[in-house]
Ligand binder design. Sequence first.
Ligand code: PHE
Length: 336
Amino acid sequence: MNLQDLIDLKTKALAEAEAAGSADALEAVRIAYLGRKGLLPEIMQQLRDVSPEERPQFGKTANELKNELSDIIKSKQSGFSSCASVGVGFDLTQPGQWQGLGTRHPITQITDRIVRIFQTLGFTVADGPDIETVWNNFDALNTPADHPSRDEQDTFYLKNGDLMRCHTSPVQVRYMMENKPPIRIISPGRCYRRDTPDATHSANFHQIEGLYVDEQVSLADLKGTLSYFARELMGPDVKVRFRPHFFPFTEPSVEVDFTCHVCHGKGCRVCKNSGWIEILGAGMVDPNVFSAVGFDQSNLSGFAFGMGIERITMILYGIHDIRNLYENDVRFLSQF
Ligand code: PHE
């Protein structure tokens, strides 16, 4: 082999390395030229047969071939391996790699849906802390000192006398202490009760609170608003029933049922043959609550309501066990 042959070989080797389109092709080039039985070691052995005039240049070119080829191979190799690690190859015919998109938790989805319905009516979102004072959670809400919900059996108390709020109603109190009517708020959030977990109970669950305070707000407004909400949430055919009830912070108080989403009121297993499903609690704000927050109530009135988000989520999605909502099993969550 003379010098010109070697120069041609170098050009060819570098071109082959540049053209290699995969890690395997590149490795084949490396083996062919630089491998133990490759062309370059063979050429080096021929060095002594080269004429003395060409020998220095021949040696230099052989070295260049070795170094330049190694450099190209090294830089392309790292390119191939970094492509492999992000899942992008150069074979455009290969099916893509699915990276797995997350979904919003069903509780979040239903919360957003409910909030949006009330936002279209002019309600804005208000927020409050999970840790509350006894005053905000019970006293200001006209809850008698001997009311069972205050019991340590039912509510988590902290060492400093505060508590984990057992409903979102203290947000009403906070908001009225800081804002003047007219008030239209909706407040989603976590609540805590000393419940033993089972298929329908959890010590930590979510509620959405609503509060509307203005002049001359009537029970008819409450019924109209919640009926609109029912139709937006369940569809135009749903019927709504208001049953007298008692809450310390509303007077009169009602419990609100929707016609069963499964049998549409005919009666089935889900609604225990009644045709109705209990959805929320509501009522006209008790005057004692207005007094507690310092509102002059002579011409003020309002309504409030509260609903459990887990319950509504379970009804809408046909989930039978509340615990499914907290286990974060991707096989469950990815269905929503
Ligand atoms: N706070 C009540 C509960 O947790 C729900 C409710 C809110 C009722 C507002 C009336 C008015 O059951």
